[in-house]
Design a protein around this ligand. Structure first.
Ligand SMILES: Nc1ncnc2c1ncn2[C@@H]1O[C@H](COP(=O)(O)OP(=O)(O)OP(=O)(O)O)[C@@H](O)[C@H]1O
Ligand SMILES: [Mg+2]
Length: 347
């Protein structure tokens, strides 16, 4: 009698631990948290190994970057979609889950977390172990592009393949999905963080302007465009590279076009290598149905135009490209029995 009662109260929780943004989904509530994957540690108290030394997480921690005393260190515990500091991520999750999941955590929830499709078995075991330690009764990992395609409403169980590109902050993955599984995969780290760094370097070299990462992200969001005809301008503030005095310059989409096209051509190369890996019988289906793009970087203005022209297939950016991963995790959790058997991603 104990088991059915327990399974009734095992709430389901979804986690998208992105290099830039963490998202939490709770059964019956939907997405309850979305914030920067970072934490502020008071180094006078100790290291990020213990949640007791962490004074803020998420947006509050990000605000502290460069604005508080030297003893406060802002840490980003996920790099390129992988946990690079497992003790820090455990402390971070403990704080986040206590705050947003609260007492549900005491009730041994079922937790599903997204990981890069290219993650190793060892990396999946690390995050699984951490989440068990935090009190989960069952832990599942799901490949990020698979979660994204579920979230975008792709009928993943179809035998005809789906061609999907996910463009995140630290992970870029192209997949072909058929009969509920990823059957071909390509992966790179040339996502938002790489693009931001390229823009920072470009402005330093060509305009003698040093800008922060957050300014480079504003540039990507507000003026970068793949289409010359959609050129936009923005006044950018930073420091002169030589004098270090404050400096402002006007930047346009056209100024950044070489960097934008550089990123696009690298992504195109990745997709072409995926197409070459695909079973020939699926190629026709994929070309017919076209390419779907998700992830925050999919919001680059006119990104579809580039791939339509270069690949000659239909291209669509999914609705809400940044949130399809967490939405897909939610859907997979709501239909856990169906997805568990068809995807076989249980650890
Ligand atoms: N409107 C926008 N236009 C262009 N790029 C955007 C826009 N909004 C966000 N981005 C970019 O999206 C990226 C973040 O995407 P996303 O939230 O999918 O990453 P993540 O899940 O945190 O990281 P990852 O999955 O790669 O570990 C950032 O690089 C950001 O600059
Ligand atoms: Mg992501």
């Amino acid at each position: 009698m104990k088991i059915p009662l327990l399974s009734k109260i095992n709430k389901k929780i979804g986690l998208d631990l992105g290099s830039k943004t963490t998202r939490i989904w709770i059964e019956g509530k939907g997405v309850v948290f979305q914030g920067p994957t970072c934490m502020a540690v008071d180094t006078l108290k100790g290291t990020a190994d213990s949640d007791k030394n962490i004074i803020a997480v998420g947006a509050e921690a990000l605000e502290m970057e460069g604005r508080v005393g030297d003893h406060i260190k802002v840490i980003y515990p996920v790099k390129n979609g992988e946990i690079y500091d497992d003790r820090a991520i455990k402390a971070y999750l403990k704080i986040l889950l206590n705050k947003w999941v609260g007492s549900t955590l005491m009730l041994n929830p079922i937790i599903m977390v997204s990981v890069p499709a290219s993650s190793s078995q060892a990396d999946r075991e690390i995050i699984t172990e951490i989440i068990y330690d935090l009190g989960a009764a069952e832990v599942y990992t799901i490949a990020q592009p698979l979660a994204a395609s579920i979230g975008a409403g792709v009928p993943i169980a179809d035998a005809s393949g789906s061609f999907f590109l996910h463009l995140g902050e630290g992970v870029v993955e192209g997949v072909v999905i058929s009969l509920g599984s990823i059957i071909a995969l390509v992966s790179s780290e040339l996502g938002g963080e790489y693009f931001s760094n390229r823009i920072i370097f470009f402005l330093k070299e060509n305009f003698s302007l040093n800008i922060s990462k957050s300014v480079s992200e504003e540039i990507i969001r507000d003026i970068v465009s793949v289409n010359k005809r959609n050129s936009r301008e923005k006044m950018i503030g930073g420091q002169d590279n030589k004098t270090e005095s404050p400096k402002e310059i006007m930047i346009s989409s056209v100024d950044l076009m070489s960097e934008t096209l550089n990123l696009m051509s690298k992504t195109e190369e990745l997709l072409r290598s995926l197409l070459s890996k695909m079973p020939p019988e699926l190629t026709v289906d994929v070309i017919d149905k076209g390419l779907l793009i998700s992830g925050g970087l999919a919001k680059i203005d006119s990104i579809e135009d580039y791939f339509v022209e270069r690949l000659g297939i239909p291209v669509t950016v999914v609705d809400n490209p940044e949130s399809v991963v967490i939405e897909g995790i939610g859907t997979a959790l709501e239909h856990l029995d169906q997805f568990k058997t068809s995807l076989g991603y249980g650890e």
